[in-house]
Design a protein around this ligand. Structure first.
Ligand code: PLP
Length: 366
């Protein structure tokens, strides 16, 4: 199989597997236990935490581990809004379901504003400024879009939030290790499995003093912010993935830019790129072709793992809410595919896949 679905998840880095190994074997002590083996596990977690903090590139904050980025986002939103005299959240139509569904859950009884994007997938800053007011508790905006790869102006959005005394949370799940996270957000959500780390561990970076109220109560771990026994294996794996992301940042970015150019040049005429070509992460190539039946194309290309849209939306039969937000109709959305590549993708396998995608589209007569 040629794996081209890096937005859904990424292959584990060999270094991650190696450093996790002891922690799923003999080193099984509870990291919150007071004896030597427990303290050793706690020390490994503390190194991992620091590595995740360094990978964010942000100052003046700290990281708490969570069970996923979905949990980190739920925590940031619910924990900021709970008991807040301000009752309003502002977010963007192209956000991940973790943000939109949590915001809409809040919106059952309170105020939620969901901002539109233009045909390139970009939010307009004037629209943000009009929506955010002194009733706004939180603005939520993602750094890199998981479906179309566009990069929102996070620093400017954070500035608008702060001008009105609101906080800002950034979903940086697809951005961490791929593009620089701008200064500005009060909270940043991340996920290990998008940076060649293990699944089922995420993190929330919080500016000192801006921590949301706990979502999960219990043993008081993570300084009382997020209860539950931490998994040393998952934390260490995340830490190693974060260290690699920091060390290989420039190299990975160059590799992805080279792959983007090669893939674009190899595509037949007639493919249209979904989302801004300028403001984007280049490891995400979301394209459409008039009249294409993308589900049939995927079925024809069984040796290649690509996606119809977001992994969460695909399978539901519903056209992607992100492509719809760009103004695409059902037919255009259903004629779209997402090709995602990164650190371990080889140029030849990508070009071979693009050739097969071209051929399969031509076979449909489109
Ligand atoms: N936000 C974005 C942009 C994502 O792409 C994903 C994963 O698909 C998530 C949030 C949720 O991350 P997790 O799988 O850690 O819950």
């Amino acid at each position: 199989m040629i794996y081209l679905d890096y937005q859904a998840t990424t292959p584990l880095a060999p270094e991650v597997v190696a450093t996790m190994q002891p922690w799923i074997g003999d080193k099984f002590a509870n990291p919150h236990s007071p004896y030597t083996a427990g303290r050793e596990a706690a020390a490994a977690i503390s190194v991992a935490r620091e590595r995740v903090e360094v990978a964010t590139g942000l100052d003046g904050g700290h990281v708490a581990f969570t069970g996923s980025a979905t949990e980190a986002i739920n925590w940031a939103i619910r924990g900021t809004l709970e008991d807040n005299p301000r009752r309003k959240i502002v977010t963007i139509a192209t956000e991940h379901a973790a943000v939109l569904d949590t915001a809409n859950w809040w919106g059952r009884h309170h105020d939620v504003t969901i901002l539109p994007v233009d045909s390139n997938g970009m939010v307009d800053l004037d629209t943000v400024a009009e929506a955010v007011d002194d009733q706004t508790a939180l603005v939520a905006a993602m750094l890199v879009n998981n479906e179309i790869g566009v990069i929102q102006p996070i620093a400017a959005i954070a500035r608008i939030a702060h001008e009105h005394g609101a906080l800002m949370v950034c979903d940086a799940v697809q951005g961490l290790g791929r593009v620089a996270i701008p200064e500005g957000p009060d909270m940043v959500a991340m996920s290990a499995h998008k940076i060649h780390g293990p699944k089922a561990i995420g993190a929330l970076w919080m500016k000192h003093g801006k921590e949301p109220r706990p979502l999960i109560h219990g043993g008081g771990q993570e300084e009382g912010l997020r209860s539950g026994t931490l998994s040393p294996a998952l934390c260490v794996g995340f830490g190693t993935a974060a260290r690699l992301a920091t060390e290989r940042f420039a190299q990975d970015a160059q590799h992805v830019a080279d792959l983007w150019s090669a893939a674009i040049n190899h595509l037949d005429d007639g493919w249209i790129i979904n989302g801004s070509e300028e403001d984007r992460y280049k490891g995400n190539l979301n394209i459409r072709r008039e009249g294409l039946d993308s589900a049939r194309l995927l079925a024809d290309l069984r040796g290649i793992a690509i996606s119809l849209g977001s992994a969460c939306a695909s399978g539901s039969g519903r056209p992607s809410h992100v492509l719809r937000a760009l103004g695409l109709g059902d037919a255009e959305a259903r004629a779209s595919i997402r090709i995602g590549y990164g650190r371990y993708t080889e140029r030849d396998e990508l070009l071979e896949s693009v050739s097969q995608i071209n051929q399969a589209a031509r076979a449909q007569g489109v």
